[in-house]
Design a protein around this ligand. Structure first.
Ligand code: EPS
Length: 383
């Protein structure tokens, strides 16, 4: 089993994670991790903070000569902005009211967190609830992606819609797909629709507002039989939904055509079974998961992101110090974080899938894992 914990405040010294269970013998692909970190930072609609940060992963333990050795891996990403926040965010700084916050943003963790942890200053809440934390999750997920690539699993993610602008469907077999996604500044593979999405973000920005959207991710090459129907918490769809929902501002998760399927008859929803060198499906409305298990088809996940709650124009709220009405707090923010979240979604799905692989093929080394997956492939041919 793989597990990790991460720590770090948005304007603190750094973000850190300790990851356990990554098989030994993996050559760490640092370029892949740093590329994903850069992509997460660079989607259209980001704010001024991203001009300060230049996220790069640093390995502190668990890796020797560029290879995992089976012990816990500690990774870290510096917050370059920390230099500007030393007197506010240093663990040993003198108590100050500078940058303290008493007007919660509707839609943010501010108010509930302030009450829950009995804080005087909402900065204590927003520093950790901030989506800055997703940088370290992308690094963790990229290590998992690194392992999955070795056993034939490839995950792509893209932006399906921003506001009311949407791309209908995408050809996952298109060899140029990743290139098309990465060359769009909103990570949408269609150039014309990307331009419309950018215009949509610009319009929200002009209105001093924020805007959300939909992300789609697809995992290809996943073996059938990951996850299990036998207990509620082993179901692969449930675990993926949990992980994706944990990304800041994601408010709904769909597997395959989950939403549309609810409105149609069973005969038009369920994917008929064929046999061609193994079992395949005529369609993939189930999104590659049936009965909580992968069925060998592409795993398709959609994540619905609300507009982020930090609005330049603010919203009606209350100053908790005076209990009087006040417009909500604004410092600086992103207008749209959907492209960034698409990279986070890919990473967290990679983590969940690798965990499901490790559960089924439980291996201490990468070679063991590869061997077991290979043997399973032979088993599948004769089943
Ligand atoms: C965030 C507010 C902004 C975002 C931040 C998430 O940061 P700041 O308040 O420093 O301008 O840029 O996201 C990141 C820093 C990041 O790297 O993703 C928030 O309040 O959630």
């Amino acid at each position: 089993m793989i597990r990790f914990l991460d720590a770090g405040e948005s304007h603190g010294r750094c973000l850190t994670a300790i990851i356990e269970g990554i098989p030994a013998g993996l050559k760490i692909d640092k370029d892949l991790i740093n590329k994903n970190l850069l992509l997460r930072q660079s989607g259209y609609g980001r704010g001024a903070r991203q001009k300060i940060e230049s996220d790069k992963v640093e390995f502190l333990s668990g890796v020797r000569f560029g290879e995992t050795i089976g012990s816990p891996i500690t990774i870290s990403i510096k917050n370059r902005d920390f230099e500007n926040w030393l007197d506010i965010m240093s663990p040993n700084a003198q108590k100050t009211n500078k940058k303290s916050i008493s007007v919660p943003r509707p839609g943010h963790a501010d108010l509930a967190g302030y009450i829950k942890y009995d804080r005087e200053d909402m900065r204590d809440v927003l520093e950790r609830s901030s989506a800055r934390e997703t940088a370290i999750r992308v690094a963790v997920g990229s290590i998992c992606e690194n392992v999955l690539a070795q056993i034939g699993v490839d995950i792509i993610s893209f932006v399906k819609s921003i506001g009311n602008i949407s791309i209908d469907s995408v050809d996952y077999n298109d060899k140029q797909l990743t290139k098309k996604i990465e060359s769009s500044s909103v990570f949408c593979p269609d150039e014309k629709i990307s331009d419309k999405m950018i215009a949509e973000i610009e319009e929200a920005k002009l209105k001093n507002d924020s805007i959300g959207g939909v992300i789609e991710a697809c995992a290809m090459g996943v073996m059938p039989g990951l996850g299990s129907y036998s207990q509620w918490d082993r179901k692969l769809d449930a675990r993926i939904a949990y992980a994706v929902m944990s990304i800041q501002a994601i408010k709904a998760v769909e597997i395959g055509n989950g939403i549309k399927n609810a409105y149609n008859l069973g005969s038009s929803v369920h994917d008929e079974i064929l046999f061609q060198k193994g079992y395949i499906r005529k369609t993939n409305n189930a999104g590659g998961i049936e009965g909580g298990m992968s069925n060998g088809e592409n795993i398709v996940v959609r994540a619905y992101m609300k507009p982020i709650p930090t609005l330049k124009k603010g919203l009606n709220s209350i100053d908790v110090k005076t209990k009087l009405p006040h417009i909500s707090h604004f410092e600086r923010s992103d207008v749209c974080a959907v492209p960034a979240a698409s990279i986070v979604a890919k990473s967290i799905i990679a983590y969940e899938l690798l965990n499901a692989y490790m559960e089924k093929f439980g291996s201490d080394t990468l070679n063991e894992l590869k061997k077991r997956v290979y043997e399973y492939k032979i088993y599948l041919k004769n089943k």
